[in-house]
Design a protein around this ligand. Structure first.
Ligand code: COA
Length: 167
């Protein structure tokens, strides 16, 4: 991640006031988006909810993660469709790794659709390892269901993962 990537961007807490903006991005990014209730519930549950904003305050990306006793579960990571492929996703993952380190969480978990090859490749390149499959985890077209690939990243042991972005 270049220094210029992080210098003009800010990682801020997601608030109830940000939910409308975030929901708009969510609905533009997924065929089966989270609902407003999913975001409101995540905030109420004190999950770690962050938005990545540019210098004018526009939301570029966000993530929601659920802390466990000694692990973290990434529930949602999304970049505005027009801003994908510019390193924002990786910057958010690095920020999340830093949060894991701060909380002494030893493992970061996520699920990803089996058909989401782009996200799978990004996670693998970041150091995540496939741990299994959750059958019929996601809703899919025509009232069907799609399997999820379960992946995890060992915190502290992942090669090439640094935690300096967006501190
Ligand atoms: C998956 C997702 C979060 C990844 O975020 P992203 O910002 O698009 O990903 P990045 O830009 O960090 O990395 C993607 C590619 O850009 C490249 N890249 C990284 N930094 C870059 C930079 N500064 N400039 C240009 N390209 C860069 C990476 O090398 C990577 O290349 P690769 O495709 O060869 O692996 C995002 O694409 C997204 O929101 N997708 C739709 C929703 C989704 O699928 N979410 C995940 C559900 S599990």
């Amino acid at each position: 991640m270049s220094a210029s990537h992080s210098s003009s961007l800010r990682l801020l807490p997601m608030t109830q006031q940000s939910v409308d903006l975030v929901l708009g991005i969510e609905e533009s990014a997924y065929a089966f988006p989270w609902t407003r209730g999913n975001f409101v519930d995540s905030l109420a549950a004190n999950h770690i909810c962050r938005i990545l904003c540019d210098e004018r305050g526009a939301v570029l990306a966000y993530f929601i993660a659920m802390p466990g006793v000694d692990e973290m579960h990434l529930l949602n990571i999304t970049v505005v469709p027009g801003a994908q492929g510019h390193g924002h996703g990786r910057a958010l993952l690095r920020a999340l790794v830093k949060l894991c380190e701060d909380r002494a969480a030893s493992e970061l978990w996520l699920e990803v659709r089996q058909s989401n090859h782009r996200a799978l490749r990004i996670y693998e390149r970041f150091g995540f390892v496939g741990k299994g499959v959750r059958k019929r985890y996601y809703p899919a077209a025509g009232d069907t269901r799609e399997d999820a690939v379960v992946m995890s990243l060992g915190i502290g042991g992942a090669s090439g993962v640094t935690s300096h972005a967006l501190e």
